[in-house]
Write a protein that binds this ligand. Structure first.
Ligand code: HAM
Length: 420
């Protein structure tokens, strides 16, 4: 039997309801803040990611699904959403439409990482990009959109950490500083990967998870002041706006992020219900990316939440009870004529916006009641020969177990009054 590819999986019902619930919650929040949806292709030119995320990053150097197509073009499955959104923004001249573009996306991303709990090769992100402003209120608002989605969907108790990487010059200064500190003898205190990183991508030693590196980095680097005045002021203002929005956060000088395009504000949200892969979401500012890709000099900021991980958390914190099932009514019919009537009632209810279902296998009443239970139907309507003669159905409220006889013509009204 052919099986799904390692690191990918099928999302089956009822789990898929959880995904819809999360996506709908996010869409509702996006609407409140004026974000509109953008859908970009899943494949892009490999060069897009090499130029934006950075050649030396783990994502680009080790984790992309890349191939050469029949026309000898170098193509990759998108490992993230920011670079494609900026490409689309520039290619479609969205910068000409209005100063600020608030865009969101929901969809699959691909990284060839070693699969483990919470780490997939095809995973899914809900993300936003606010493009066209360097205003510090944008940073705070982007973070608020992210925490609103988490709060509204029932994921409490998360931990938000923020940092500021400074502008390109500040990042350069910090890199040099780290290189100096951790070169020579000191490099023996770093793990094998960081011994390489210190030469090619020094900032990444700051967020290495290896205990040896963590210890030596924390001894030698405590977030020394390396920000220029402009970046420092911007960070202060971001924090003031975060306070206005009542957002709880911790400052963490060891957050650097694994993508090169970031400058200024960066942030990460973790949840302790997850294991070693505890980041549910992350983001930050990338004020050079648009001009580096050929656009005007303008600022941008965004985040991406990992949908797979959000659902893992929700499953744990709610013991699987968080997602309400959609079925309002199950119609249990017995006998051919009763079935025809039930089928017509079903159609009336659906036309009136009531979610309902019926049995298609001539099952016994007992078996139909079990189906209704499995579907978590709020009401069951029973229609047999007797009911057909009387022109009414027996309606059972599955929560209170109350039963009433309701005329066929009044069924839609009866259910609507109860469920709305
Ligand atoms: P990222 O930190 O690479 O950022 O990914 C964001 C989130 O995607 C992570 O916090 C995690 O929840 C989820 N994620 C990443 N890799 C995997 C995986 N292999 N399996 C499951 N979940 C995963 C970005 O992608 C940036 N584009 C975010 C951003 C948007 N920055 C600015 N705008």
């Amino acid at each position: 039997m052919i099986k799904s590819i390692k690191g990918t999986r099928d999302i089956l019902p009822p789990e898929s309801s959880g995904w819809q619930y999360m996506e709908n919650t996010a869409r509702k929040i996006f609407g409140l803040y004026g974000y509109r949806e953008i859908r970009t292709p899943i494949i892009e030119e490999t060069a897009l990611f090499v130029k934006t995320i950075g050649e030396e990053t783990d994502i680009v150097s080790k984790e992309m699904f890349s191939f050469t197509d029949r026309g000898e073009r170098h193509i990759s499955l998108r490992p993230e959403g920011t670079a494609p959104v900026i490409r689309a923004y520039l290619e479609n001249n969205l910068d000409k439409l209005s100063q600020l573009q608030k865009l969101y996306y929901i969809g699959p991303m691909f990284r060839a990482e070693r699969p483990q709990a919470g780490r997939m090769r095809q995973f899914h992100q809900i993300g936003v990009e606010a493009i066209g402003s360097t205003h510090p209120a944008i940073d705070a608002e982007v973070i608020k959109v992210m925490t609103d989605i988490l709060d509204e969907s029932g994921i409490g108790d998360y931990n938000l950490k923020i940092n500021n990487l400074g502008c390109r010059e500040d990042k350069k200064r910090l890199s040099e500083n780290l290189k100096k500190t951790f070169s020579g003898k000191e490099s023996s205190h770093l793990c094998e990967d960081c011994a390489k990183r210190i030469k090619i991508n020094p900032l990444r030693i700051l967020d290495c998870k290896n205990e040896k590196c963590r210890k030596s980095v924390r001894e030698k680097f405590t977030g020394v002041e390396f920000l220029c005045d402009t970046c420092s002021d911007h960070f202060q203002e971001v924090q003031e706006f975060l306070k206005v929005l009542n957002i709880n956060y911790q400052l963490d000088p060891y957050i650097v992020r694994g993508l090169d395009y970031y400058t200024g504000t960066v942030f990460e949200v973790t949840h302790r219900a997850l294991g070693s892969q505890d980041a549910i979401g992350a983001g930050g500012r990338y004020d050079n990316l648009i001009s580096d890709m050929g656009g005007a000099k303008t600022g941008a900021c965004g985040f991406a939440l990992g949908l797979d991980r959000m659902l893992l958390v929700l499953e744990k914190v709610s013991e699987g009870k968080a997602v309400p099932e959609a079925m309002d009514v199950f119609v249990a019919a017995m006998g051919k004529e009763a079935y025809a009537m039930a089928f017509s009632i079903l159609d009336n209810m659906r036309n009136d916006g009531i979610a309902c279902d019926i049995d298609y296998e001539n099952k016994s009443l007992k078996a139909q009641m079990r189906t209704a239970d499995r579907l978590k139907a709020k009401f069951v309507m029973i229609i047999g020969d007797e009911e057909l003669k009387k022109g009414e159905a027996v309606v059972r409220d599955m929560v209170t177990k109350e039963q009433s006889n309701i005329a066929f013509s009044g069924l839609v009204r009866f259910v609507k009054d109860k469920i709305i």
